[in-house]
Design a protein around this ligand. Structure first.
Ligand code: URA
Length: 239
């Protein structure tokens, strides 16, 4: 569910502020009823009319991108850095689901389906994200146990995670660790490793739920098929 003014604005007919004005003026009808309440939540399945015209909702598009390093996940960067949208050719108003840091690579979904975006990012829906982290130092069994059971951060404790050591390179004194989390706090993986004194040097998201990067080189993307979209909905709703 999304706020009505957001759904109207994301259809492209006007700005969010203009949508708020139209709602207040009683010019927006949802499922046959005038709605004047700004916070009203609607789903993309609701019928919305603005100024007597059916809201022309964009056809939904779903993209899986293998995000390269050095690109931001915001749609409009204040420092004018390259964004993930610069990598994609589309006439739709897509936005990324969740965030990857500037220097993090890997799987990122972009869509104009606000309902799926909400479902996949809501903390109560446990959607697994799997990362491969290259970190400084030798990660030992007690580190892995700490990652698995949850780590106390400044103002919260991380949920149980999947974690396993893949390898250790004595020459560079670095470890490769696979970690699976379902939360999406800012810099979460880096902060979890920092809390156990292993700085992350490289981070790649290998998987979002069942979606992996097979066939996608860095910077490449593909469209999800309807089966995959349905499966994502089911994965997010099953918890
Ligand atoms: N955790 C991080 O620390 N960074 C990311 O980009 C994603 C997860």
């Amino acid at each position: 569910m999304e706020r009505l003014q957001k759904v109207i604005a994301s259809s492209g007919i006007c700005s969010r502020r203009k949508a708020e004005e139209l709602i207040k003026q009683g010019k927006v009808v949802v499922n046959g009823q005038i709605v004047r309440e700004l916070g009203t939540k609607v789903s993309y399945a609701d019928t919305i009319e603005v100024n007597g015209k059916n809201l022309n909702q964009e056809e939904k598009e779903y993209i899986l991108l293998n995000k390269p390093r050095g690109v931001v996940t915001t749609t409009n960067d204040e420092y004018k850095r390259k964004t993930v949208l610069d990598l994609i050719e589309t006439d739709k108003r897509l936005y990324p689901i969740g965030r990857l840091d500037y220097d993090t690579t890997g799987a990122l979904i972009l869509t104009n389906d606000g309902e799926l975006a909400n479902l996949l990012t809501h903390p109560k829906n446990h959607v697994d994200k799997t990362y491969i982290a290259k970190v400084k130092g030798l990660v030992n069994k007690s580190d892995i146990l700490a990652l698995r059971t949850g780590i106390k951060m400044d103002n919260y404790k991380t949920s149980k995670a999947g974690a396993r050591i893949i390898s250790y390179d004595k020459k560079t004194d670095t470890s490769i660790v696979e970690i699976t989390i379902h939360e999406g706090k800012n810099h979460q993986v880096k902060n979890m490793f920092a809390a156990i004194n292993h700085e992350v040097i490289k981070l790649k998201r290998e998987k979002i739920s069942f979606l992996n990067l097979k066939g996608l080189k860095s910077g490449e993307y593909r469209y999800l098929n309807i089966k995959e979209v349905k499966k994502l909905y089911n994965e997010a709703k099953k918890n």
